[in-house]
Design a binder for this molecule. Structure first.
Ligand code: ZN
Length: 189
């Protein structure tokens, strides 16, 4: 089932997600619905806050990147209660976008290598190291469950340049190709 994607401006996107247990009600359906929602919007990652649930869960299918980045072939994973335990390597820029912030893309600087602990879909604990674009996609989705958006990582100057476009997203004055849910509260009220 395709769910509406929460648009920039909703407070749920700024909240720290809570850990969940294997008994979390409807978890399997939720994960299936998140994959349906992500594929429908042509995304490579989706975090639970983006469908309105403030929990520590995100999904990735980076296979569409594998034409340019062969090591991403088949990189499809569910991350439950993730924790990035180390970030190292050179900072590098990549032009990021986000399904909650349609049509805004900005260069974001992140470290190149991470180690992450998480539970997979079968609730088996995993500890893995990722580099390059795989690490990048995880870092972006991980930020979502920490209540952080990529626009929070931009310089004040870049943020100012895109502030009008962000406000239009908040107010629903956009026409994305997938269904979104808007918060529609004017700043300052
Ligand atoms: Zn995002």
């Amino acid at each position: 089932m395709i769910l509406p994607i929460i648009a920039y401006g909703d407070p749920v996107l700024k909240k720290m997600g809570e850990e969940i247990s294997q008994e979390y009600a409807g978890l399997n359906d939720l994960i299936d619905n998140m994959f349906d929602t992500m594929y429908n919007a042509h995304g490579v990652g989706l975090a639970a806050p983006q469908i309105g649930k403030s929990i520590r869960l995100f999904i990735i299918d980076a296979d569409p990147f594998s034409e340019d980045e062969p090591e991403l072939e088949g990189f499809k994973e569910v991350f439950i209660n993730p924790k990035i335990t180390s970030e190292e390597g050179e900072e590098w820029l990549f032009n990021e976008g986000c399904l909650s912030i349609p049509e805004v893309r900005e260069d974001v600087s992140r470290k190149s290598k991470i180690q992450v602990e998480y539970y997979d879909r079968d609730f088996i604990k995993q500890t893995k190291t990722f580099e390059g674009l795989a690490a990048r996609v995880i870092q972006h989705e991980y930020d979502h469950v920490e209540g952080v958006l990529f626009t929070d990582l931009l310089s004040p100057f870049r943020r100012k340049l895109i502030s009008k476009r962000l406000e239009n997203i908040r107010l629903g004055k956009i026409s994305p190709e997938y269904r979104m849910k808007y918060y529609k509260v004017r700043r300052g009220r």
